[in-house]
Design a protein around this ligand. Structure first.
Ligand code: OSB
Ligand code: MG
Length: 373
């Protein structure tokens, strides 16, 4: 494969309802899309999972765009690649951070290879599942009653895991009220997005009796040592999200006992090669993983679904159907989930497995830049 052209676009797509986490709220998403075309004319779309503000990671749409345009894309354009597995090292060399920017191109290279070979992306990367169990991530709600209503509706819809976003003042008592409302068997977890410090340890221990599947990222985004201190006090597994940007940090998590589960988001770790390396390492260590989400459009979701078809993705992923985010997605068919909370892997379609609605994207585009070899 030889990349000839990469087109960047920013589109605006409003969420059907605002999504609030402890570090901020998202409403109208600014979405960065890439279209990669090779010398034979094959092309594919990929998504850079940045947001408007640096509250989840240091990257934003406005850092990723110039990093792709000026630093990363020039390394790939015009270069003959034997396999997409070469891209990770090419983008990693002497470029610190910018995982989401790197991932957009790296995953695009995998998508392009699948398109060229007329193979489903999931098959190309060694995916084995036909369908993936799905959970929902519920943003912070205005009241505990509203939260209970949302959790009940999610369980009724078939979701196999309900993740409750927590923050100081909306944590132990709220999750306990949910547990009492839905009973002991419901698969619940909490995600704090870094809202706490070790000073909150005694308070957070209140979560340890609520039968949660896991507690996600309670402490700082770049902290493994204190998560280790916390994990030693909890029976409930700690799951790391923000703190795992690479295979090295996943290995450190195990060395330090900083967590027992990893939420793998391919965008956060620089793409598929890194995500698969973390997946394989976790498999060898007996650490379960699941695929998280970043409120992606249907394009980003296609990559997440393919990744989550690998064997050690044994826990339900944050892979909600399109309608949970968008009035109308930018792919057809839209992503759906059946009544048992399963999302089908499109093993019967080549490439990323969905048709991209280019006309709609054109209409939603607010900025465009074409990069050439
Ligand atoms: O912490 O997993 C997170 C969305 C934006 C930023 C961070 C997170 C999330 C989610 C949403 O939980 C999951 C989804 O895409 O449904
Ligand atoms: Mg998280």
């Amino acid at each position: 494969m030889r990349l000839d052209r990469i087109v960047l676009r920013e589109i605006r797509l409003p969420l059907v309802e605002p999504f609030r986490i402890s570090s901020g709220e998202m409403t109208d998403r600014r979405i960065l899309l890439c279209e990669l075309t090779d010398a034979d004319g094959a092309s594919v779309w990929s998504e850079c999972v940045v947001d408007d503000l640096p509250n989840y990671s240091a990257e934003t749409l406005d850092t990723a765009w110039p990093t792709i345009a000026r630093v990363l894309a020039p390394r790939l354009l015009g270069r003959t690649l034997g396999s997409p597995s070469e891209v990770h090292a090419i983008l990693e060399a002497d470029v610190r951070g910018h995982q989401m920017a790197k991932a957009a191109l790296e995953m695009g290279a995998w998508g392009l290879e699948a398109t060229r070979q007329r193979l489903p992306l999931a098959r190309l990367i060694g995916g084995t599942r036909d369908a993936i169990a799905t959970g929902i991530s519920l943003g912070i709600q205005p009241s505990v009653d509203r939260l209970i209503e949302k959790v009940r509706a999610a369980l009724l819809a078939g979701y196999q895991k309900v993740k409750i976003k927590i923050a100081p003042g909306r944590d132990v008592a709220w999750v306990r009220a949910v547990r009492e409302a839905v009973g002991p068997d419901a698969h619940l977890m909490a995600d704090a997005n870094n809202a706490y410090t070790l000073d909150d340890l005694d308070h957070l221990l209140g979560l340890d009796d609520l039968g949660l599947m896991m507690i996600e990222q309670p402490l700082a985004h770049d902290d493994l040592v204190r998560h280790g201190v916390l994990q030693r006090r909890f029976r409930t597994p700690i799951c790391l999200d923000e703190s795992i940007p690479s295979l090295d940090r996943a290995q450190d998590m195990v060395t330090l006992g900083a967590g027992r589960i990893i939420n793998i988001k391919p965008g956060r770790v620089g793409g598929f090669t890194s995500a698969i390396a973390i997946h394989d390492f976790c498999l060898s260590e007996g650490i379960p993983v699941w695929c998280g989400g970043m409120l992606e459009s249907g394009i980003g979701r296609a990559y997440n679904v393919a990744l989550a078809s690998l064997p050690n993705f044994t826990l339900p992923g944050d892979l909600s159907p399109s309608a949970r985010y968008w009035a109308q997605d930018i792919v057809t068919p839209a992503w759906t989930m059946d009544a048992t909370g399963m999302v089908r892997v499109p093993h019967d379609r080549p490439g990323i497995g969905v048709e991209v609605d280019v006309e709609r994207i054109e209409a939603l585009t607010v900025r465009r830049e074409a990069l050439r070899a």
